[in-house]
Design a protein around this ligand. Structure first.
Ligand code: SF4
Length: 332
């Protein structure tokens, strides 16, 4: 299948006065055309730095992209000049941030904010851009008459719909959505998600959805990549990850979620915390928290290896004959 994005062996660090923060440590994944990939993991896994790297927006200093490649629509993002990058952002790739208020300008009417992106990237006249902005508002379920409203006149859900309209206005081939519903009321999260999914499918775009919420992933994503300490530890189709889990960390994420089928049973949280990115453990970075860790895990760094089809896992024990995740035992 044709790829819209290929990230290979990406290394990103932040060089601070206190030391080097190893944010991304050999990250590799790809997104096929017209597919949605969910990038999941706890806070501090490096998900947002990964997204900023794709846009070549890692703040420098202190951020340094120290290695690897990012190919978007066949073009090498990390070797682009400033002009080319500006064209790429908005035209080829757009981003939706967690909090709509940080993305919207409070003193400019929302219609004008959508129109501005069309004037810059599509070269439309002011009138044409406003006309298209009103159509975009209708597409995200907001009446065109609200085009002259300021952000504070809209509800939280409407503001995030406006941000979605801005992101999709120029029909980028890839949309990056970083926790797009986290700041919204639970009651409207599902509405906004299904709106985004519908628009993405209709426009034949691809999406990288960054989230810590596996419920959101189950609803929207075709493929899932699980990230830990700046690396992918498991990647595959949503069915692979949800129904054929191979990595102990992925199992830990599922076990710490409330489950309607297991009503009344205790949740099993993952013990400990994400490691300090200034002092990552040797060997498998998950070993201090992993219930299956052996002595070998403390020294051997697991590589991401193909398990089956498009399902890959980074665990030195996953194919040992005696190794069986708790989820598999319980399912027997
Ligand atoms: Fe756990 Fe070892 Fe696998 Fe790491 S390599 S996930 S510590 S079993």
């Amino acid at each position: 299948m044709e790829k819209v994005l290929e990230v290979k062996d990406l290394v990103v660090r932040y060089e601070t006065d206190d030391g080097i923060v190893h944010a991304i440590n050999g990250l590799s994944f790809s997104i096929d055309k017209e597919r949605t990939l969910g990038l999941v993991g706890e806070t501090g896994a490096g998900k947002t730095t990964a997204a900023l790297s794709i846009l070549n927006l890692v703040p420098d200093p202190p951020g340094v992209i120290a290695g690897g490649s990012i190919i978007l629509d066949g073009k090498d993002v990390l070797s682009m000049g400033e002009k080319e990058l500006e064209r790429m952002r908005g035209n080829d790739v757009a981003m939706i941030f967690q909090d709509p208020m940080t993305a919207l300008n409070p003193v400019i009417p929302v219609g004008q904010q959508i129109a501005e992106s069309l004037e810059i990237h599509e070269g439309l006249s002011r009138e044409e851009a406003m006309e298209k902005a009103k159509q975009m508002l209708e597409q995200v379920g907001i009446s065109a008459s609200r085009a002259y409203d300021y952000p504070h006149q809209l509800s939280g859900g409407m503001k995030q719909r406006v941000v979605i309209a801005i992101a999709l206005a120029c029909q980028p081939s890839l949309l990056i959505a970083d926790e797009p519903t986290t700041a919204l009321d639970v009651t409207i999260q599902a509405q906004v998600l299904s709106l985004m999914k519908g628009l993405i499918d209709n426009s034949h775009m691809s999406m990288l959805l960054i989230t810590h919420d596996l419920g959101v992933v189950a609803e929207v994503c075709d493929d899932v990549a699980v990230m830990y300490a700046g690396r992918i530890v498991e990647i595959g189709s949503a069915d692979d990850i949800f129904n054929h889990t191979l990595h102990p960390y992925t199992e830990g994420l599922f076990d710490s979620l409330p489950n309607l089928k297991a009503r009344g049973e205790d949740l099993i949280p993952i013990k400990g915390l994400m490691p300090d990115p200034m002092h990552l453990p040797q060997g498998c970075s998950f070993h201090p928290r992993c219930p299956y860790a052996t002595e070998a895990c403390k020294t051997r760094e697991p590589e991401l290896k193909k398990a089956e089809g498009s399902h890959y896992v980074a665990c030195i024990r996953y194919n040992e004959s005696s190794f069986c995740l708790r989820r598999d035992k319980d399912a027997r």
